[in-house]
Every structure is written in C-alpha cells, then in structure tokens.
Ligand binder design. Structure first.
Ligand code: COA
Length: 259
C-alpha cells in the first residue's frame, strides 16, 4: 500500500512509520491521521512485524500538532467529530498488541505530543520539545492529551502544561516520566531498535497481555475522553478560537477577548 503523507518500511521485523510532511513540521492533517490508522492496522495484521516505530521526517519535528489550517471554519459538531476520529486512531495505537515506540526527533506539540503518548514507549532525541499549546489557539487538546498527559506526569504538571502552553525540553520530559530515554539524534533510532529487539525475544502473547493489562489500569474509555471531545468541540463556536487560529495562520500574536 502506498501513502501520500507517510513512509512505511519493515526491516528485521520492525515496521517504521514516518510522518512525512517535513515542510509543515509533519502536522497531522485528516489524510495523515487516516493513513496512520491504515498503516498501524497493516502492521498489526502482518505476522512478520514484531514491533512498530513511529517517527517524523526531517531534523526538526516529530509532529508539530494537528494541521491548524484545517481548523478554519469548523463548527462545534465538526470539531467534536474531528476529536473523536483522532482519539479512535490513537486508541488503536495504544491498544496495539505489538509494542509501539515513538522516536521523538524534534517538536512533539499538540497532536504530536498526543501521538507520542498513545505509543507504549517514548524515546526522545535531545532536541525534542513537548507541549500542549492548544490554549494559544483558543482550543484544548482533542486527541486524548488531557487524559494521557495526566496519566503520565500527574495532575499538577499536566494542568500547568495544558494551561500555560509551556514546552518541556527532552531532559525535563525525562525527569517527569514522559519519556523513557533521551539520546542524541544519531542514537535515537538505534535505541528504539535496541528496545524492540529485546522485547522481540519475549513471548508475544505475554507482551500483548502486558499492554492490555496496563491499559486496563487506566480504565480505558472512561468519561474523560468523551469530556475532552465535547469541550474541544465547544471551543470551535467561540470568537477566541477564530482569533487564535487566525493569528497563527497570519503569523501574529492572538488577542483573546473571552468570547
Ligand atoms: N499546523 C499547520 N501548519 C503548521 C503547524 C501546524 N500545527 N506547525 C507548523 N506548521 C507550518 C507553519 O505554518 C510553517 O508553514 P509555512 O512555511 O508554509 O508558513 C511551517 O510549518 C514551519 O513552521 P514555522 O512556524 O515557520 O517554524 P518555527 O520554527 O518558526 O516554529 C513551532 C516551530 C513548532 C514553534 C511553530 O511551527 C508552532 O508553534 N506550530 C504550531 C504548534 C501548535 O500549536 N500545535 C498544536 C496544534 S493543535
């Protein structure tokens, strides 16, 4: 199968899925989210694949978020549908019976941070930056970020990052437990391969059982995800959302009014 916005390659039983829109910092447009779903489903179904690496093309970004240019003109209902569709794809990744590692090679912002958090493990290069900057746009996270960041780093820091839009360095992400390892950009892929090679030697059914059981700890499907969908959708009917996304696309500072 060929993809417009992904590179997919399987080598030594490891399938690498690379989001390939480097001139847009690998921002996730609708097509890319659909392609990630298809590529992950294929990798899960392929008996020769034992593990998956998700990464971004280029030196600068893993994924710099959902594609803001596709937000323009969306209604609250369309915003909710967008969040639900993205959440479903990210849940597919999280529930993959095969291990999925995010190789975070640069900016992991908004939907990019959320994509990395849907993976089972995260390895970051030392130039990586993590954040949930949606409030800058008059929005909140919509692809599970309010839930998974809280699971990974706790309520206090999750609240702070979502409300301030501050970015974390790779080292700060390591200290908070958001990532498993930090490496140089050169050693990023080798570290992911080393982890998957080790997991490959274990019983696949047991590994799948680990994934299902640990996910069950978080009672997957609890109301928090539905709440995120409705709150994300609500933002689309505000003037501040139009101002925030408009300001990003026009490359100027947003002036929020609370309307
Ligand atoms: N959606 C759409 N386009 C995006 C994007 C996104 N999330 N993030 C980056 N891009 C585009 C830029 O518009 C720019 O396109 P252009 O060259 O056609 O103008 C290109 O990618 C390069 O980005 P640029 O902003 O010029 O790079 P930078 O180094 O100055 O800044 C970031 C990098 C990541 C700080 C900045 O791109 C940014 O803030 N992106 C948005 C992050 C965000 O809010 N994500 C959450 C979305 S819900």
């Amino acid at each position: 199968m060929s993809f417009e916005n992904l590179l997919v390659k399987t080598e030594n039983a490891i399938c690498t899925i690379t989001v390939n829109r480097p001139d847009k910092l690998n921002a996730l447009n609708k097509k890319t989210v659909q392609e990630i779903e298809a590529a992950v489903k294929l990798a899960i179904a392929d008996v020769s694949v034992k593990g998956i690496i998700l990464t971004g093309a280029g030196q600068k970004a893993f994924v710099a978020g959902a594609d803001i240019s596709e937000f323009v003109g969306l209604s609250a209902e369309q915003g909710m549908a967008m969040a639900k569709a993205g959440q479903d794809v990210f849940a597919l990744i999280e529930q993959s019976p095969k291990p999925v590692i995010a190789a975070v090679n640069g900016f992991a912002l908004g939907g990019g941070c959320e994509l990395s958090m849907a993976c089972h493990l995260r390895v970051a290069s030392d130039n990586a930056k993590f954040g949930q900057p949606e409030v800058n746009l008059g929005l909140i996270a919509g692809y599970g970020g309010t839930q998974r960041l809280t699971q990974l780093i706790g309520k206090a820091k999750s609240m702070e990052l979502h409300m301030t839009a501050d970015m974390l360095t790779a080292q700060q992400a390591l200290e908070l437990g958001l990532v498993n390892y930090v490496t140089t950009p050169e050693l990023l892929r080798p570290k992911c391969i080393e982890l998957l090679e080790k997991i490959k030697t274990k019983a696949p059914v047991a590994v799948a059982g680990v994934i299902t059981s640990i996910n069950a700890y978080y009672n997957y499907g609890i109301d928090g995800y539905a709440k995120e969908v409705s709150e994300f959708g609500k933002c689309f009917s505000t003037a501040d959302f139009k101002e925030g996304t408009g300001a990003f696309l026009e490359k100027r500072k947003a002036n929020f009014t609370g309307k």
